[in-house]
Each structure stands twice: as structure tokens, then as C-alpha cells.
Design a protein around this ligand. Sequence first.
Ligand SMILES: [Zn+2]
Length: 271
Amino acid sequence: MPELPEVEVTRLSFASRIAGARVLDMRMGKPLRWPLGVSPAVLVGQTILRVRRRGKYLLLDMDRGVLLLHLGMSGSLNFANTQAPAGKHDHMDLVTSQGVLRLHDPRRFGAAVWSSSEQHEPALKLLGKLGMEPLSEGFDLKLFQQGLKKRAAPIKQVLLAGDVVVGVGNIYASEALFMSGIRPTVKAQKLSAPRVAKLYAAIRQVLARAVEQGGSSLKDFVNAHGDTGYFQLEASVYGRTGLPCRTCEAPIKQIVQGQRSTFFCPICQKH
Ligand SMILES: [Zn+2]
């Protein structure tokens, strides 16, 4: 599943090339997770001003609204001067004066949704409850601490819920908790202020590193088109059940929380 770093790298792969382009045509294929909500003709003639990201949504700001794109479970975007005829898993072509943006999505959990503005439905419904952006200046330690104080659920599940901070998916949550020495099962509100500060720094670090690694392989990423997989993170705990901890050599443990696998070191993560 594309996580925040993959979505950010996708954004970087075409944002500057599509900015200022005029929409010439929009073709939709099979139904996606949510409908576009308007006739594709509504987009024709509009100018794409910029491409932003909010959580795992890409926002294409245009003259009279915003096109929200989500990659779902298996989606990928490719922007090129020309595209081959749409294949059976290509479900959106946004044809512009500067190239064609294509959504390839075999499982069709992705979406392209039009909204007249970010403050109106359906954008408001999709974006309104998202937490802070971990890679932005708006990710504030004080607000992070306050957000966790209100939550009695295990810290790992609070991170995954995305309403305090967005984009910390399963892999990155396990890794950030290891880096900050926190047991994934601890109640969020029980964490000490210094420990929360460590977690805050770890989240930024693990996500920024993933974007950086993705960015360095940007060319491959763009060309891969639909077969991008996960970034090859040098994981400390994720997927390493039974293997020795890289710090203390104790075997890494795996548990299930909210139907998701969690990996941690029983020695290094005691807080
Ligand atoms: Zn350890």
C-alpha cells in the first residue's frame, strides 16, 4: 500500500511539470472507490495551479476547485508527454497541455474526486479530520503531546488512526517507536513528555529518510509505473520477527494490534 513517503515522492515526480498546464480532456475508466462527482467536462479548460499533498491525498488545485487523488491499495500515477492506449487497469487519464497524468490501479481502491474547494464537500469530509502533517512546520510538539494525552488507546494504534498525526503507517509506526524506545502497547496518554519528544523527532526522521530514499530513486519510481513496491528501508524491527535486535541482539517480537502486525524489541522498548 502506498504510504505517505510514496505519495510525497509521487507528488515530487510531476508537481513542477504539470503546474500551469491547461486541462484538455479527462477520461475516466472503471468505477473507483468514490465517484468523481461531476462530469469530467467540468475540468476541461481549467488550469492546474499547483499540486499539494494532505495525508495520502494529492490535491491538484485548479481555477474553480480541486481534484483530489488517492492511490488506495495499489494505485500509481505516471505523468508523461504521451501515454500508450489505456490498459485494463488504467482508470483515469488527465490530458493536459503539458502531458498526460494517468492513474493505474489494479485493485481500484484509489479515487479521483472533484471538489469546488477544500472547505466544501466532498473535500471537507475526506480531509477535515486528518491530523497534523508530520513533515510540515505545522507538526507541533505541544499539539502532539496534547493530542496523545487525550487518548487511552495503545500508542501504536493512535499513530495509525491518523487523527493526531497523519501518514505514520504500519511500517513507520513500528520503526519510530523502536527509535524512541517506546513499547507499542503503552497507552498514549501514559507517555512522559520527554518520551513524546523523542517519538516526535523519530517520526519526522523516519518519514523524511523514506522520502529522501524514494527521491533518490525517483527516476526508477516514475518509470516503474504500477510496480513500485515499498521503499527499501533498512528496517530495525519491521518484518524482523525472531531476528536479533540491531542494538541489543534480543529476538524481535511480533504481536497483533487492531489486526495489524506490530514488531518491537522487548529490551530496547520498555517505556
Ligand atoms: Zn533491542
